[in-house]
Design a protein around this ligand. Sequence first.
Ligand code: UDX
Length: 431
Amino acid sequence: MKISVIGCGYLGAVHAAAMAKLGHDVVGVDTDPAKVATLAAGEAPFHEPGLAELLLDGVEGGRLRFTTDITETAGAQVHFLAVGTPQQADSDAADLRFVHAAIDALRAVVQPGALVVGKSTVPVGTAADLAVRLAETGASLAWNPEFLREGYAIADTLTPDRLVYGVTDPGQAALLDEVYRVAIDAGTPRIVTDLPTAELVKTAANAFLATKISFINAMAEIAEATGADVTTLADAIGHDARIGRRFLNAGIGFGGGCLPKDIRAFTARAEELGRAESVAFLRQVDAINLRRRERVIDLSVELLGGSVFQKRIAVLGLTFKPDSDDVRDSPALDVAARLHGLGADVVATDPHGIENSRMRHPQLDYVTDVEAALAGAELAVLVTEWDEYRSLDAVRVAELMGSARIIDGRNVLDVATWKAAGFQYRGLGRE
Ligand code: UDX
């Protein structure tokens, strides 16, 4: 099938490569010529395991190409809309300008009978408006939200947990079944619904995940006041299958390009709909999440005897989670910048996040080698749980630092081992 993907950011680049892998003839469109050149060379513009191989395979196999010229999508039967919907600069609402620009550009090129399929995360109600704007072209609109996680984006796209189609007629669902034939034949659950439900599935899923993380982080706050251990608590309640252990890791909280902005956009949309009360708890979810960063700062001050000023602090991790180079809304980078703002002598390290961090916070000192970051530090703060930080040898770290103090912002270190090596250890919601 001839397919176009409009917008080649995280979502679009992965989707285009995955569609080519499924055997479709794919053209990806982006307004950024540098990104298009990188993708057209079969290279990944960001760190995502498996993406470079898939891109190269598609490009060399002639099933995948990239362009800045949207008119090259004219012959496609299905146009996926994968542009970004960031948070507006001056409010919590989603900025839909890229979605509108894409629809305007598509209106000039789509053929009657073509299907435009939204994948971007949008405020519920957006799709119905876009469908009206497309109607005069003879093309129609469906919504097919994407649930991919960074670091697992290829697998999440090729073998998703479920497929959700928001459609206005059954023919659209049949066409999407052809697009996803491989997954459908493999038994992937498929939910066919209307446009607003499909939009809301995505928003609700992210709101639920964020709530789950903030719930356990709220319990961490209670644990800190009582001497209880939040990791043991999470293990114990997680055994209840109705609760489940996943997404119950307490720590410095969630970040990234999705969860923070999506819960804020949801709150803003609910207010527009006159339903602010229904999701008022999401303000708390956001507030709890941001308080965890403060906690790391407070612990740093406490461990360093009342002030971080001119104290050398090694910050281990900058990305919002491991196996990613993404620092958008990263709690780790925020902690590093705040400590620097308080006058600390911060040395930050990360296996893949330094380049992107430097663009946002050029004032910080970055080193690529974790031992160089730790050397002479009076405090180590582990804020992204990369394997290489989880597996650090406590005795060696103590030797490097000279003063053995560590904050485990992700609760991934073995407390007994680090204490035995002489560390003053602080977790979040334990010890
Ligand atoms: C998320 C959703 O999982 C995905 O379905 C959606 O399509 C996009 O948003 P992603 O942003 O890639 O995916 O990251 P995810 O793995 O969900 O982690 C989000 C944040 O939550 C990270 O900062 C992570 O460190 C944090 N987190 C996750 C916790 O603090 N505790 C947990 O138990 C789980």
